[in-house]
Design a protein around this ligand. Structure first.
Ligand SMILES: Cc1cc2nc3c(=O)[nH]c(=O)nc-3n(C[C@H](O)[C@H](O)[C@H](O)COP(=O)(O)OP(=O)(O)OC[C@H]3O[C@@H](n4cnc5c(N)ncnc54)[C@H](O)[C@@H]3O)c2cc1C
Length: 346
């Protein structure tokens, strides 16, 4: 084994880049062929566009579901991966994808997680979701310690004074959710009106009137106070320059998300604008052993639909099998014949 392989954190069959609907179904499709997967996503939670952009919208064109809420479809897809014990690495963007002399691939994330694998499925949608950051200087000194752009584990915030910035659903939902475990919740928003679901926005106002939380509106974030990554206070201002100093342990900013192809551009794959070109017959990219499925994958006549992405995931898993075991014929069988194999956890 090369030094690179010895120094990796994990070794697995297949790395799936993207934990959206198609990435989750890729885990199932690979699991049915007895492949273990590690799944990586920039976001702190699974679901890609469905949970980030339209969790409460009904989808009408999933076969067998006259309609299903986007968030419910993601829950079902997650449930379908359970027998295969995938390992999720959330909150980290894949930066590098390198072929190894051994024929393996080395996948490296922004947090330095290194995974060696035998094939890769890129299910990266229209690119990584990147949080829009507030225009406040010095944020980088606090990020990941006391400034966050999402919440993965509610328990990390027990007993803390939490300042939430933003006026949409995420800001309001998390303010309501953290209220019973935080020592204090402050919500700051640049407008007096919130853009969240009306019931939740009303509840927020009622709780503020009852003194259960502080609403600081219409205020902007101005600057941060603290040292060694630990916030002490956040200074906020109105448009006409009125200032407040809000003592807090944590700032969680929900200023929306942008999507960008980012590092995928540098992986040496043939691209067509913001998409990775695949051979529709195999779902292989221009690089042997690297496959793509879902919105990221392009070929003539592509329909950017979930059902197309699911079919591509199944195709990619079968092609990965042929790539990993070139000498083994894979006898095609339906799930009604095989059942769902259970893999041991890695
Ligand atoms: C409002 C709206 C309504 C829609 N309605 C329908 C519908 O009714 N029916 C239908 O079939 N389709 C619908 N679609 C389209 C459907 O949502 C997409 O086809 C589907 O989400 C694609 O799934 P995906 O897994 O390929 O990509 P995504 O859901 O975009 O997931 C990709 C994931 O990859 C991650 N990622 C990207 N790059 C990296 C990286 N470098 N490192 C780590 N992670 C990375 C991203 O953070 C993201 O979470 C709709 C889309 C929108 C926006």
């Amino acid at each position: 084994m090369s030094d690179d392989i010895c120094r990796t954190d994990y070794s697995t069959d297949i790395v799936v880049i993207g934990a959206g609907a198609v990435g989750l179904f890729s885990v199932f499709a690979c699991g049915m062929l007895k492949f273990h997967c590690h799944v990586i996503d920039t976001l702190e939670s699974i679901g890609g566009q469905l949970t980030t952009l339209y969790p409460e919208k009904p989808i009408f064109d999933i076969p067998g579901h006259p309609y299903i809420l986007a968030a419910d479809l993601i829950s079902k897809l997650k449930e379908q991966t359970v027998p295969f014990h995938p390992t999720f690495h959330l909150g980290q963007r894949v930066e590098q994808l390198q072929s190894q002399p051994t024929g393996h691939f080395l996948v490296t994330t922004v947090k330095g997680t290194r995974i060696i694998c035998r094939a890769v499925i890129i299910a990266a949608g229209v690119g990584a979701f990147i949080p829009n950051k507030p225009p406040v200087s010095g944020l980088e000194f606090f990020e990941g310690k006391s400034v966050f752009y999402g919440i993965r584990r509610r328990e990390d915030f027990i007993g803390k004074r939490i300042l939430i910035a933003g006026g949409g659903d995420s800001a309001v939902d998390w303010a309501l959710s953290l209220l019973d475990i935080a020592s204090r919740v402050i919500v700051i928003h640049r407008r007096s009106k919130f853009r969240a679901a009306p019931n939740n926005a009303l509840r927020l106002q009622q709780l503020a009137q009852a003194g259960r939380l502080d609403l600081v509106v219409p205020y902007h974030l101005h600057s941060l106070e603290g040292r060694d990554g630990q916030l002490k206070a956040v200074i906020v201002t109105t448009l006409d320059g009125k200032r407040k100093r809000l003592e807090t342990d944590v700032l969680v900013s929900f200023f929306g998300l942008a999507q960008e192809l980012g590092p995928i551009r540098k992986w040496g794959l043939v691209l067509d604008r913001n998409n990775v070109v695949i051979n529709q017959e195999t779902c292989m990219t221009s690089n042997n052993g690297i496959f793509a499925a879902g919105d990221i994958a392009i070929y003539p006549g592509k329909l950017k639909l979930l059902l197309t992405g699911f079919a591509e995931a199944a195709r990619a898993a079968h092609s990965a099998h042929a790539f990993i075991y070139p000498d083994q014929a894979l006898h095609f069988e339906h799930s009604t014949t095989t059942g769902v194999p259970t893999l041991k956890s890695e």
